[in-house]
Unconditional design. Structure first.
Length: 219
């Protein structure tokens, strides 16, 4: 399957390092980030899992749950966590899905159906497409899909920035411009007419072009 923004995130049950979960129930009324890894004990992923653990308080502030996935069994994840703590200073403080039968990787379109049904004998290169970041809203809809190559570590500050934008634009009828960050000016959404905008923004807006209406970030 091809996962698109606006799709309902496929639900599943899986064993994790914090027990068995049913994905939609686990999300509850929160947002969620699912980020996947091609194999345990891989170098770039080791740094990523540690980085995410350090950033967890920032995700908590935004009501965002973190869920990792790696194409190996849960007992292997637990051993890997020791290496992550030793080398990165922080072990994963969020659940990590065990996917030794490749079920979740296939369900999310990260591996083809013909990939088999076992992680045994598969290398990280075999699983190189299992390098996604998927953000899911409380409505269980997919909000963001990022796919990374194996040799490039993910930028989780960017994931936080995008979540800030998505949560803001879900609440207010605005969009965020290129390189936007918290506190910067925003753009009135194209779906808002000028008459509507006058009611929402009685102080007016800057408009270098009629379709580009700039206002301070709403609070």
């Amino acid at each position: 399957m091809t996962l698109r923004i606006g799709d309902t995130a496929p639900d599943f049950e899986a064993d994790t390092t914090e027990g068995r979960i049913r994905f939609h129930d686990w999300i509850g009324n929160s947002w969620a980030v699912l980020f996947s890894h091609p194999k345990d004990f891989t170098p770039v992923c080791t740094t990523e899992l540690g980085a995410m653990a350090k950033l967890k308080p920032e995700f908590d502030k935004r009501n965002v749950k973190i869920l990792g996935l790696s194409v190996d069994a849960v007992d292997s994840h637990s051993k890997w966590a020791n290496d992550i703590k030793e080398t990165q200073g922080t072990a994963p403080n969020y659940p990590l899905i065990g996917d030794p039968e490749l079920k979740v990787a296939k369900l999310y379109g990260m591996l083809p159906a013909e990939a088999g049904n076992s992680s045994q004998g598969r290398t990280a290169a075999d699983n190189q497409t299992v390098r996604n970041v998927i953000v899911i809203g409380p409505d269980k809809k997919v909000k963001l899909v990022l796919v990374y190559p194996m040799t490039t570590g993910r930028n989780f500050d960017e994931v936080l920035r995008v979540i800030d934008s998505m949560q803001l634009t879900a609440k207010h009828r605005v969009a965020t411009p290129a390189n936007w960050k918290q506190g910067d000016d925003v753009i009135i959404a194209g779906s808002v007419t000028d008459d509507e905008a006058k009611k929402i923004y009685p102080k007016g807006w800057k408009a270098p072009k009629p379709y580009l209406r700039i206002v301070p970030q709403p609070r």
